[in-house]
Design a protein around this ligand. Structure first.
Ligand SMILES: C[S@@+](CC[C@H](N)C(=O)[O-])C[C@H]1O[C@@H](n2cnc3c(N)ncnc32)[C@H](O)[C@@H]1O
Length: 201
């Protein structure tokens, strides 16, 4: 079977379902990452201060870089975090923008959003708002964000152009983007390509 046929077989809906199932299991701790999350985050570009500024329970070790390393949030800014998970990057951004700023985290996994909201409430992060939604259809008004960040999420989308259209819709003129993600340099073996489960990892 050709790659084209395989893509049609494992269609966008199946991929989406498999990604949703994967992160449901992570959010509910049915499946856990087997890494030292602090060590991992330092190795992918977070400073010790940034790690310490976010509640430990929001740190799942699922990122693949630090989206705020170059596009640093500034005091008073509005930041949007695409695929926020339990809020690790959103909480770091919240410290940076301060009480005058605002951070919106968006994630399609209900259990991620519920947990992120609980953490925000318990740790008094009043300037953070976690919203259930898809990054292809952001629940955010036009021209509202100074900065859009995302950590290892856009690669999971089957409609990447829609995600970028949405980023440009919600950004104010002159707004910034900080994305850390993965790209393919070589073709994947068929065993990976044909396995819907691998689309979530
Ligand atoms: C690799 S995890 C990263 C979580 C977070 N950025 C972090 O670093 O801790 C991917 C997250 O993106 C969410 N996600 C995946 N596809 C999404 C989509 N199309 N729309 C919204 N959220 C999505 C998942 O629910 C999951 O929480």
């Amino acid at each position: 079977m050709s790659r084209k046929d395989t893509t049609e077989k494992i269609n966008a809906d199946h991929i989406k379902k498999s990604v949703a199932d994967f992160y449901h299991d992570i959010a509910t701790e049915k499946q856990k990452t087997q890494v030292d999350t602090n060590e991992l985050n330092q190795s992918i570009g977070y400073s010790a201060e940034e790690i310490a500024s976010a509640p430990e329970e929001s740190n799942m070790g699922l990122g693949c870089g630090n989206p705020q390393e170059k596009a640093k949030p500034q005091l008073g800014e509005t930041v949007v975090d695409l695929g926020c998970g339990k809020g690790f990057d959103a909480f770091i951004a919240a410290k940076a923008v301060g009480k005058e700023g605002y951070v919106v985290g968006v994630d399609m996994t209900l259990q991620m959003i519920q947990r992120a909201r609980e953490i925000a409430q318990k740790r008094h992060f009043d300037q953070v708002d976690f919203r259930l939604g898809e990054i292809e259809h952001l629940p955010i008004a036009d021209n509202t964000a100074d900065l859009v960040i995302s950590n290892c999420v856009i690669n999971l989308s089957t409609a990447k152009q829609d995600v970028y259209d949405e980023i440009f819709r919600v950004l104010k003129p002159g707004g910034r983007i900080g994305i850390s993600d993965i790209t393919l340099y070589e073709d994947l073996p068929d065993s990976v390509y044909e396995n819907p489960k691998m689309y979530g990892t």
